[in-house]
Design a protein around this ligand. Sequence first.
Ligand code: PFF
Length: 484
Amino acid sequence: MADNGFGRRESLYGAEYVGEGRTKTAGGLAPLEKKKHHGFASKLGFVLAAAGSAVGLGNLWRFPYLAAKYGGGIFILCYLALAITFGFCLLVLEIAIGRKTGKNVIGAFSALSRKFKWLGILALVVPIIIVPYYCVIGGWVTYYIYAFASGNASLIGESASVATSENCFNSFISDPYLPLVFFLVFAVITVFVVVFGVQKGIERMSKILMPMLAAIAVGLMIYVLCQPGALDGLKVLFVPNFEDFRFETLLAALGQLFYSMSLAMGIMVTYGSYMKKDGKITSSARQISICDSAFAIVAAVIIIPSIFAYSDNPDQAMAASGPSLMFVQLPAVFNNITGGRWLGMVFFVLVFFAALTSSISLVETIVAVLKSNGLSRVISCVIVFGIMLVMGTLSSLGYGPLSMINISGKAILDIFDYVSNSILMPIVAIGTCIVAGYFCDTRILMDEAGLLRKSTRTYFRIMVRYVAPVCMALILISGIFLDL
Ligand code: PFF
């Protein structure tokens, strides 16, 4: 396929281009002097921020319920196999695109091929749709911290019964004010961190929050595993029953993978553009994927065995689980045990930190585009906050006063989630593979990524050109027709 000259004019795309006077490039005017590095100060900072973006509600809320739904062990096996192959390649690809071009998501795609500027715009639309509703769910998490901390059990269900817990959750999300207030709290904290910039805001925050996140997760896991009955939950989770394998299992694992790794939404391209030139992309990508998968598994080990340890009817709880696992089943479990109030609070603090580092990355992706259009960071943050305010309010009220706005029973938040995750993200992922595999010189991206061996280069090329687009097309089709 056509080479757009990306290969021949390689240096024009570097973030640190040193030019004699101003030179016209495909991505605009090249800078006069070697640019000062405004990105992450260290490799560790980059890895923690990117891992922080990857580890989020997807790991703590979505992964455990999918694992429970799709047969536990077999789902986890599929997930890990896909993470090592497909997920790793896509992650490397996005970071390499970002670092090679040194541009925000729109600039990066048009630098790869001018014909694909639209793809950058589409990739930008994804975080614009996601971040408002993500902050609404972040607000729910904040409310649960408050409810557990206040010790007012009536806020989350006075008894250990799942039905009371469910009533409390439903009356909370349909309240016209409460979810809105907590959404605002979460959104303000997110934007506040981004205002401080990449090094002083995002990197510093990730360096504080990620170790805390790991400590809380491991502490909770050990506690849960020491409880009688927890072993039954572990068996469900890890012993693979190959008879449970269905094509849907694979599709669900695939969908979860690119949701969890923050792919196809411009985040890794943007963070890649902030990465220093001397770090090796493959080793960073490996650390990010290991961190992401490890958190998902630890979350499942906290949640599923605690249901088995404390619930009167664990099988029924698992069957009914779905998305309500975190907000209905678990609070009922915490209400059941002595000291559950504190355990519940610590658990939701864990979820809060994970969601915060992810929402920060979503906001930064949009801010990077606004900034490159000449706006200051503060003004860019104010604009993003305005968008979040409007769309987040709609999402927040969608279960209460605005519940009449729905499409075949899907509330506003679920519609945003469906459009971004089931339609736009697969299209962006397919487009990314096509532009990188066919419309620019893939060799330059592989060089950037540090893929030097012939065998790994062939493997990477096959993944990007054939395997990944086909997998993503399957996700797109299943998302549209099966609503998986
Ligand atoms: N990877 C993060 C998570 O798993 O929560 C961030 C994220 C991904 C947010 C996809 C939203 C989303 F649709």
